[in-house]
Design a protein around this ligand. Structure first.
Ligand code: ZN
Length: 400
């Protein structure tokens, strides 16, 4: 009986693997729907006993996978089932490796899905909800924030309802040899984190690129501060202009944060040591260019992804031990979609506006259409009474 059950299980497992394969194939054939396929793939992986990936993470992760600069450099052949889908998705996106250079913006004329995280049509339709909502993701009671932070930025008047709470101690994994690596790679972890209602953090990943200057122009014109999760290879690709853009971010009051040096999931997540090596390279590049010791970061692919399962907890523990704080997101502009338009970037980016009190919005300054939509995105949040802030390590993280 046990044997039978086992066989049955194996059959079901086989069927699921076949289904998984079909989904990957479908994803390749139907690029516009790749994100959905990704989502289904993630669910299948989870059922197969693969890495437990949260529903939200699966929905969001392709946004991160998409514009992966450097992704094409990984010549993966085969690999475990759980990774193949991701490799395939990435292979599809290799044209996005050179933001601003390639034709990745060209096929974007078709309508976007207008959907972020499977919440089509729910987005931000009711302004009146803006001032009395509760934040479903974080259990924050949404007292109304005022719009005192019109110009955003920490130097502005504090938004009402700011709350502070103790920062938890990092989990102690005991001594590991990698703790001795990069003795300069430490940040000062604050004692308390703050959070306030009606706040939106605009965040840009994967740049700087040829589109970043325009994003900075918009932010300056609108008086809004944002956070840039920088990729070292993107900086190098731009030559001297790359460092100029980093300095402009600093000079104009934005937060400089680390994304990675080379956006190569397999390499970065191969081990804690590998992650540290990549992180340190980006950390040093930013410091040498700007004099800023970045102390916040965002994991490529988000903190929950198909590549970091075996090292995730230890990695987070080590980074916390060193004082660095990571930030995921709870809303995305969905701007890795091959069908991205400025309209779809806009509708995705404001899809929770008015329904969620504290938003970390994931966008990519690798995307012309996102940058094009930025003024409207800012106007919409402002209209609903949100304050704009840039992330510092005193802001309570939102994690997947
Ligand atoms: Zn990224």
């Amino acid at each position: 009986m046990g044997q039978l059950r086992k066989t049955g299980k194996r059959r079901r497992r086989g069927a699921r693997i076949a289904l998984l394969g079909a989904i990957v194939a479908a994803a390749l054939l139907a690029q516009p729907y790749a994100k959905d396929a990704w989502h289904m793939l993630g669910l299948q992986i989870e059922r197969l006993g693969g890495p437990a990936v949260s529903d939200e993470a699966i929905g969001l992760e392709p946004s991160e996978n998409g514009p992966a600069p450097g992704g094409s450099a990984i010549g993966d052949a085969g690999g475990v089932e759980a990774s193949e889908g991701a490799d395939a998705a990435r292979a599809d996106d290799t044209r996005q490796d050179d933001p601003g250079e390639g034709g990745q913006d060209d096929p974007e004329a078709l309508g976007g899905r207008g959907e972020a995280e499977g919440e089509t049509g729910e987005g931000g339709r009711d302004d009146s909800e803006a001032l009395s909502m509760s934040d479903e993701a974080e259990g924050e009671d949404g007292e109304a924030g005022e719009d005192g932070g019109e110009d955003g930025g920490r130097a502005e008047a504090e938004p009402a309802g700011r709350q502070w709470e103790p920062v938890p101690q990092p989990k102690d994994y005991g001594y590991r040899e990698y703790q001795d690596l990069y003795p300069e790679l430490y940040a000062s972890r604050p004692a308390e984190w703050s959070s306030s209602d009606m706040t939106v953090f605009l965040t840009f990943d994967d740049g700087p690129t040829a589109h970043t200057g325009q994003a900075l122009d918009t932010l300056r014109d609108k008086g809004v501060k944002a956070t840039f999760f920088v990729v070292g290879s993107s900086v190098r690709k731009l030559g001297p202009e790359g460092k100029d853009l980093l300095n402009r971010m600093v000079d104009e009051g934005h937060s400089l944060a680390i994304h990675c040096d080379v956006h190569d999931y397999r390499r970065i997540y191969a081990s804690v040591e590998a992650f540290l090596a990549d992180f340190n390279a980006a950390y040093e590049l930013i410091y040498e260019a700007t004099g800023v010791h970045a102390d916040i970061y965002r994991f490529p692919g988000g903190s929950v992804n198909s590549f970091n399962g075996p090292v995730r907890d230890e990695l987070i523990g080590e980074m916390e031990r060193r004082g660095f704080t990571y930030y995921d997101w709870n809303l995305t502009a969905g701007d890795s979609s091959p069908n991205l338009t400025a309209d779809s970037a806009y509708s995705n980016a404001v899809s929770k506006a008015g329904r969620k009190s504290r938003i970390i919005l994931l966008m990519h300054d690798t995307k012309k259409q996102t940058v094009k939509a930025l003024p409207r995105i800012i106007d919409r949040y402002r209209e609903l009474g949100y304050s704009f802030e840039c992330l510092t390590n005193e802001d309570k993280p939102i994690t997947l």
